[in-house]
Design a binder for this molecule. Structure first.
Ligand code: GDP
Ligand code: GDP
Length: 434
C-alpha cells in the first residue's frame, strides 16, 4: 500500500504537466457526467525508493467561473479527506489570484502536510517574483518548473519524508476490501457479515490514519476487512459520490490482498465497475466478483446466470479466470460462499509452485508448442520458475527473450492457469535471458 499525494490548484497552473512528469504507470479515473467533463488522473510514482500514488484531482471543467469555484472546493475537500500529503500548485506567471486565496483558506485549516509549489519558475526573475506567494499564509514554498523538471527533486525529497512508513502488517490474516459503485450493497454486505458485535474480535486502527481493519472470525473464517473511514463528508451531488467512491476504492484496493468487487445486478457490469476491476488487476490483487441483489432479478433460469457471466467475462478479457458469484445480501443468499471464495483466491495468490513440478508440467507443453519463429529467429525456452514475490510472477529462461511475442506469453499464461489454480489472481509472465 502506498501513500497518496494529491495535487490541487486552479486550472492552467501546470498540474497535469507536473503529474505527467512524475508518474510511470497511469490509471485514469475518468468520469463524464451530464455536461461536466472531467478527467482526473491517478498514477504511481516512486522517489528514492518510496512509492506513492499521485492524484491530479484538478479535473478539467467546462463551464463558468462559478462552476470552477465550486469544483475547486470539492477537489480540495477530496484531497483533504483522502490524501496523506497535498501539493497546492500556483503559477508565478499569473501571480496570486483570488482562487488561490480561496484554496489557501481551506488548506490553512487542515492538519495534513501541505506543500505550496510555485510553478513555471523558469528563470531568476521569476524566482524573485515568487515571494509574493508568502501572502497566502502557508509559509515556506517550493519553486519548480514542471516543464523541464527543475526544482522537482527538492520538492519530492520533502514530500516523501512526510509520507507514512510502509506499514507493518499486523498479522498474517487475509485482507479483503469490498469495493464497487455506490449503492451496490457493500455496506449491507459488511453489516451482514459483522453485524453482530460479539463476532468482531478487535478493531485495529491501521497505520494509515484513515483506514481501519476489522478483524473477523466466524464459521471458521478469519480475515481482516479493509475499510476506509475516509469519507466523512457527505457528497453533495451524484457525480461527487461516484468519484469519492472510486477514490475510496483506490485506497482500499492498495491495502488489500483480495478485492471483493460488488455490483448491482439490476445495473450491470458497467464502465465504472470495470474501472475498479482493472485497478485491482493492475495492483496485482486478487478479485472476486459479486453480482448482488440477485433477488431483484425476476427471470432466474440457469441460463440467466450463464448469460450474465458471459457478459462480464467479455468485459474483463483477457483476465477472465475470475470467480463470479450471484448473491443477495438482503436474503443472505450465498454470502458465505462469497467469503469462502475470497479465502480461496487469497490462497491462490499465495500459491508457490515448486520449480521441479513447474518445469515438469510446462516444458513438455512448450516442447509441443514452441514459440513461433520471429524475424527468422528461433527461441529455445530452457527452464522456468516462479519468482519469490508476494503475488504470482513467473520467469521463463530462454536464449532470445525479445523474440517472444505477446500471443505466446498469453498462451503460456493460459497453460499455467489450466494446470495450476490461480483463479481470481492476476499473474505476470516474463522472459529472461539465459
Ligand atoms: P493544469 O490545468 O493545472 O493541469 O495545467 P497544465 O499542466 O495543462 O499546464 C498549463 C499550461 O502551462 C500549459 O501550456 C503548460 O505547457 C504550461 N506550463 C506547465 N508547466 C510550466 C513551466 O514550468 N513553465 C512554463 N513556462 N510553462 C509551463
Ligand atoms: P453501498 O453504497 O454499496 O454501501 O450500498 P448499501 O449497502 O448502502 O445498499 C444500497 C441499497 O441497496 C440499500 O437500500 C440496500 O438495502 C439495498 N440492497 C443491498 N443489498 C441488497 C440485495 O441483495 N437486494 C436488494 N433488493 N437490495 C439490496
Amino acid at each position: 500500500m502506498s501513500a497518496i499525494v494529491a495535487i490541487v490548484g486552479r486550472p492552467n497552473v501546470g498540474k497535469s504537466t507536473f503529474f505527467n512528469r512524475l508518474i510511470q504507470r497511469r490509471e485514469a479515473i475518468v468520469d463524464a457526467v451530464s455536461g461536466v467533463t472531467r478527467d482526473r488522473h491517478y498514477g504511481k510514482s516512486d522517489w528514492n525508493g518510496v512509492e506513492f500514488s499521485l492524484i491530479d484531482t484538478g479535473g478539467y471543467v467546462l463551464g463558468s467561473d462559478d462552476v470552477f469555484e465550486a469544483e475547486i472546493d470539492k477537489q480540495v475537500e477530496l484531497a483533504i479527506d483522502e490524501a496523506d500529503a497535498i501539493i497546492f500548485m500556483v503559477d508565478v506567471e499569473s501571480g496570486v489570484t483570488g482562487m488561490d486565496e480561496d484554496v489557501a483558506d481551506l488548506l490553512r485549516r487542515v492538519d495534513k502536510p501541505i506543500f505550496l509549489v510555485i510553478n513555471k519558475v523558469d528563470n531568476a526573475k521569476r524566482a524573485q517574483d515568487a515571494v509574493e506567494f508568502y501572502s497566502l499564509g502557508l509559509g515556506e514554498y517550493f519553486t519548480i518548473a514542471s516543464i523541464n523538471g527543475s526544482g522537482t527533486g527538492d520538492l519530492l525529497d520533502a514530500v516523501v519524508k512526510v509520507l507514512p512508513e510502509k506499514e507493518m502488517e499486523q498479522d498474517d490474516l487475509p485482507r479483503f476490501a469490498v469495493v464497487g459503485r455506490p449503492n451496490a450493497g457493500k455496506s449491507s454486505f459488511i453489516n451482514a457479515l459483522i453485524g453482530e458485535e460479539r463476532y468482531i474480535v478487535t478493531d485495529i486502527a491501521g497505520t494509515t490514519r484513515d483506514s481501519i481493519d476489522t478483524k473477523y472470525n466466524r464459521f471458521g473464517f478469519e480475515f481482516n476487512l479493509v475499510d476506509t473511514a475516509g469519507i466523512r463528508r457527505k457528497a453533495k451531488v451524484k457525480e461527487d459520490l461516484e468519484f469519492y467512491s472510486v477514490m475510496r476504492s483506490v485506497r482500499a484496493i492498495e491495502h488489500a490482498d483480495v478485492c471483493i468487487l460488488m455490483l448491482d445486478a439490476t445495473r450491470g457490469f458497467d464502465g465504472q465497475v470495470e474501472n475498479i476491476f482493472w485497478l485491482a488487476q493492475r495492483n496485482n490483487k486478487g478479485v472476486v466478483i459479486l453480482v448482488n441483489k440477485w433477488d431483484l432479478v425476476e427471470d432466474k433460469e440457469t441460463n440467466t446466470i450463464k448469460k450474465y457471466t458471459t457478459r462480464i467475462k467479455q468485459a474483463i478479457e483477457p483476465f477472465t479466470d475470475v470467480p463470479i458469484i450471484f448473491v443477495s445480501v438482503l436474503t443472505k443468499q450465498r454470502i458465505f460462499k462469497a467469503i469462502e471464495t475470497a479465502v480461496e483466491v487469497y490462497n491462490n495468490r499465495a500459491r508457490k509452485v515448486q520449480t521441479r513440478k513447474f518445469n515438469d508440467v510446462m516444458l513438455p507443453i512448450i516442447e509441443n508448442n514452441p514459440p513461433p519463429a520471429y524475424k527468422g529467429k528461433y527461441v529455445k525456452i530452457k527452464f522456468c520458475t516462479q519468482l519469490p514475490t508476494p503475488y504470482p510472477q513467473f520467469a521463463f529462461f530462454c536464449n532470445l527473450p525479445q523474440y517472444v511475442r505477446d500471443p505466446y506469453m498469453r498462451f503460456l499464461e493460459n497453460k499455467l492457469r489450466e494446470n495450476f489454480n490461480f483463479e481470481g489472481v492476476p499473474i505476470s509472465v516474463f522472459m529472461r535471458k539465459k
